[in-house]
Design a protein around this ligand. Structure first.
Ligand code: GRF
Length: 217
């Protein structure tokens, strides 16, 4: 049976678009019943509308606390009965109450090879560190920031002439491959979590950029 996703965004929405394209082309057997943003002008809201998806902007300034906001949006999201809650450039740390409400069902993409360069400006952090490789990771969301069990990662080189923008763009290309891939695996019930370790049933394992585990993207 087709699975249901709710996607949380704050901005541009390019990962949301990659996911919606993969659904549209039949690579992912799922639907997105709601795209929710904490920013009114998030470009991703327009993208969602173009694909005919219901959107909601919930203004954090109406809430006294982050916890209050998160409890409110958790109730809204529960009504959608999602199989997975997908964070796609959602720039707020989720409170424990939210994570408890959807335990084991929240996934995120982070523009580094976690556990390296967690938190904000991961691409800037990689440049400042002088790292020669970085990448992106899709992981489950736990109460520890950017540190849940990793589903898939892509390795991306850092080049001597890189700026934050050029590196971010190179990483983003791979985000758009690994996020739809991870969601495909999830909705096909192929992802098994055991402690920190994630096994994807019948996936090939290897190293990106030429990653044999990326079957369709
Ligand atoms: C991406 O770099 C993602 O890894 C990070 O936020 C950015 C969102 O970009 N969490 P977009 O809104 O999907 O274009």
């Amino acid at each position: 049976m087709s699975k249901n996703l709710v996607v949380l965004i704050s901005g541009r929405g390019s990962n949301l678009k990659a996911i919606l394209e993969a659904i549209k082309s039949g690579k992912i057997n799922a639907k997105v019943s709601l795209v929710l943003s904490n920013k009114k002008d998030a470009k991703g809201l327009e993208i969602a509308k173009e694909y005919g998806i219901k959107t909601k902007f919930i203004d954090p300034s109406f809430f006294e606390t982050r916890r209050g906001y998160d409890i409110y949006i958790a109730e809204l999201i529960k009504k959608e009965n999602p199989d997975f809650v997908v964070l796609a450039g959602y720039m707020r740390i989720l409170s424990d109450e939210f994570i408890d409400a959807f335990e084991g069902k929240i996934v995120n993409i982070h523009p580094s090879l976690v556990p390296a360069f967690q938190g904000k400006s991961a691409q800037r952090q990689a440049l400042d560190y002088g790292s020669l490789i970085t990448g992106c990771s899709v992981h489950f969301v736990t109460k520890e920031l950017d540190n849940g069990p990793v589903i898939v990662q892509a390795v991306v080189p850092v080049l001597p002439e890189d700026t934050e923008e050029s590196l971010s763009n190179r990483i983003l290309e791979f985000e758009h491959k690994i996020y739809p891939q991870a969601i495909k695996w999830l909705v096909e019930d192929r992802v098994v979590v055991s402690g920190r370790k994630v096994i994807v049933k019948d996936a090939k394992y290897g190293t990106l950029p030429v990653n044999p585990s990326l079957e369709d993207f």
